[in-house]
Design a binder for this molecule. Structure first.
Ligand code: 5GP
Length: 199
């Protein structure tokens, strides 16, 4: 489980898309959300778009591995998403906020937690304005949230600065490759060398 968090405007969504396209056996986790569907988004592809009462039922029935309220809407990852990936032997890439990441960190010690940032606050502000997709009040709220999210950064395992897209992508790929080679995740491969009489 690779968990990626970043303030809005850090380039996280594009980087995650690139990783999914470039790395075998890595699957994007599709979250549930109560926010409205945006132009160009598809239900079941970008998110599972859900009514608030359905989402609250999922919370009550403990069907979520984590959830949080972000920018005024609920977002969450279902336990089924994690279980299916595990059963199928693929790694999951989760693009989720710090509150949800903290819940997973507490409950799933085997997760790898990565924080992405632009080089500095001025650049973050510039990227949010240049996107041209949000109103001034939304941008202000996202900047305030970013300050809060920064306080969470130190407990993540890795920090990737997205000053240049290709170099940030390379760093993320290196992290995933290295984590997949950890002895704690690969000891089962040693069994290939224990067949007697095969010397
Ligand atoms: P957006 O509405 O722009 O797609 O996403 C807003 C924020 O919600 C992003 O920071 C994204 O990482 C976060 N988010 C998306 N899915 C989930 C989820 O399943 N759980 C949590 N905790 N946050 C999520």
């Amino acid at each position: 489980m690779f968990v990626v968090s970043a303030p809005s405007g850090a380039g996280k969504t594009s980087l995650c898309r690139e990783l999914i396209d470039s790395i075998p056996d890595l699957r994007q986790s599709i979250s549930f959300t109560t926010r409205n569907i945006r132009d160009g988004e598809q239900d079941g592809v970008d998110y599972f778009f859900t009514q608030t009462d359905s989402f609250q039922r999922m919370i009550a029935e403990q069907l979520l591995a984590e959830y949080a309220e972000v920018h005024g809407n609920y977002y969450g990852t279902s336990l089924e998403t994690l279980n299916t990936a595990e059963a199928e032997g693929v790694d999951l890439l989760l693009d989720i906020d710090c509150q949800g990441a903290a819940q997973l960190k507490k409950n799933y010690r085997r997760g790898v937690f990565i924080f992405i940032l632009p080089p500095d606050f001025a650049e973050l502000k510039k990227r949010l304005y240049n996107r041209g997709t949000d109103h001034e009040d939304v941008i202000q709220r996202r900047l305030e949230n970013a300050e809060q999210e920064l306080l969470q950064a130190p407990w993540y395992d890795y920090l990737v600065i997205n000053d240049d897209f290709q170099s940030a992508k390379k760093k993320l790929m290196a992290i995933i490759t290295a984590e997949r080679c950890r002895m704690s995740r690969t000891t089962y491969l040693l069994n290939n060398f224990t067949v007697k009489g095969d010397k």
